[in-house]
Design a protein around this ligand. Structure first.
Ligand code: A3P
Ligand code: MG
Length: 420
């Protein structure tokens, strides 16, 4: 959610909340998370003025995360992957708590989007916290994340800052892994951990704390690790996504378990598991080689991709199936597990794509045996900083369809005057 505007955010995250609410009358939202019940054993030094604490005793030290079988065998990033999974799972729990809070409050306002803002910042703080606590020690911690604290430091943001602080602290207490308590200043400082510029050297975590903030029902917490300019792991928590097929719009049958966690590490393949922790299963892209049999995913929001253009590309390819439109990088997960053949996006303006909108999703597709390219058929370069230097479109599909899709896209773009 680019630059969360305090108290003024529209979102698929919030749409998802309202969509599942039975109330259709006027809503007013008051997101006051229940007051934090601090365990009595927390000493005052856990109030953090500026930064995270280190565990002060063995009891407070984080439990080591267990790697699953597929992570353990020959995976050089097994520890980082376990930390990343823990981070997005905890962040997803915070987001789900906000959803539940709104649903239970009964009276809600579509105009008041501050809960989404609270969840967005809260998610970023928790991911940063877990990575710092769990990932193997390194000389420096660098995170390229969507949000910063600028809006929260402005006059009028006091209440929302308090809400974020309460919600984050409560989530940490409920989880029970860390004896950590954030002050408001600690919250602001933690958000600004995400201000790194990324780039081609060193290690950088790349985070979209809530991806998919407009339109439909899906959203994702998307986290990747960039190592010397290459994405080496990615995790995607999709709290509203059914674990069943995503081929029919916005989820599978009602009996399916909801809440998916996709993950991939370079050279080790891609997996999906339930956010609640079911055994992970290997996933792979479909093997469709005739575009007539293909289906495609695109943004739920019309403003995010040129639908006239994608309609024309689909026609050139002879695609029969109607588009499946969902928010967020859940689309990458859907292609990675073969629910559909193609995900594409062609921005209206030549606006730059943010690195956090593609880093996690793209490795999940490539490790599932697929390809992710720009509209000219070039690999994405995610080492350019906070934004990609390509701006003419992104395509994720299998190796059979990619050349055909690129060719059709080039032709359609020329016809539409998008390419010279
Ligand atoms: N006009 C626009 N064109 C293309 N992408 C846009 C856009 N406005 C916002 N986006 C990006 O599209 C993302 C959502 O992706 P999708 O369209 O696949 O659901 C947004 O992420 P956030 O929701 O994190 O802001 C945002 O980064
Ligand atoms: Mg995003």
């Amino acid at each position: 959610m680019a630059a969360a505007r305090v108290g003024l955010v529209s979102s698929s995250f919030s749409h998802a909340l309202h969509a599942s609410s039975s109330s259709t009358s006027t809503f007013t939202v008051s997101l006051r998370p229940p007051r934090l019940r601090l365990p009595p054993y927390l000493p005052r030094h856990h109030l953090l003025p500026t930064n995270y604490p280190r565990p002060s005793s063995s009891a407070a030290r984080p439990r080591r995360l267990r790697a699953t079988m597929s992570q353990a065998a020959g995976n050089p990033y097994a520890a980082e992957l376990a930390a990343a999974k823990k981070a997005v799972t905890l962040a997803a729990r915070l987001c789900q708590a906000v959803q539940k809070d709104i649903l239970q409050s009964g009276v809600q306002s579509k105009a008041d989007q501050s809960p989404v803002t609270v969840a967005d910042y809260g998610s970023q703080i928790l991911v940063s916290l877990v990575l710092k606590m769990e990932a193997p020690a390194s000389a420096s911690f660098s995170m390229v994340a969507e949000e910063d604290s600028e809006e929260l430091r402005k006059e009028g943001a006091e209440e929302i800052l308090e809400n974020i602080t309460d919600l984050v602290n409560e989530t940490i207490v409920d989880d029970g892994t860390y004896s950590v308590f954030f002050s408001k200043e600690g919250i602001l400082s933690a958000i600004d951990d995400g201000k790194s510029e990324g780039g081609p050297s060193g290690r950088h975590w790349v985070l979209d704390p809530i991806d998919g903030t407009k339109g439909g029902d899906q959203y994702a917490i998307a986290l990747a690790l960039l190592d010397e300019g290459k994405v080496v792991l990615g995790v995607l928590a999709c709290p509203n996504l059914s674990l069943g097929s995503i081929g029919n719009l916005n989820g599978g049958s009602s009996g399916d378990q909801v809440g998916a966690l996709f993950s991939a590490t370079i050279g080790c393949g891609a997996e999906v598991e339930s956010l609640q922790g079911s055994p992970a299963q290997k996933i792979s892209v479909c093997s469709i080689d005739n575009p007539v049999d293909a289906s495609f995913f695109e943004s739920y929001e019309g403003a995010h991709s040129l639908r006239d253009l994608t309609g024309s590309i689909a026609e050139k390819l002879g695609i029969q199936a109607p588009p499946v439109r969902i928010d967020s990088q859940a689309k990458y997960g859907a292609v990675a597990q073969g629910d559909g053949a193609i995900y594409w996006r062609f921005p209206h303006k030549r606006s730059k794509e943010a690195v956090w909108d593609h880093a996690a999703g793209s490795i999940i597709v490539t490790e599932a045996g697929g390809l992710v390219k720009d509209a000219s058929g070039n690999d994405l370069d995610l080492s350019k900083g906070r934004y990609l230097d390509r701006d003419a479109g992104i395509i994720a599909t299998n190796k059979y369809l990619m050349p055909l899709v690129v060719k059709a896209a080039q032709e359609a773009m020329k016809e539409e005057g998008i390419l010279g």
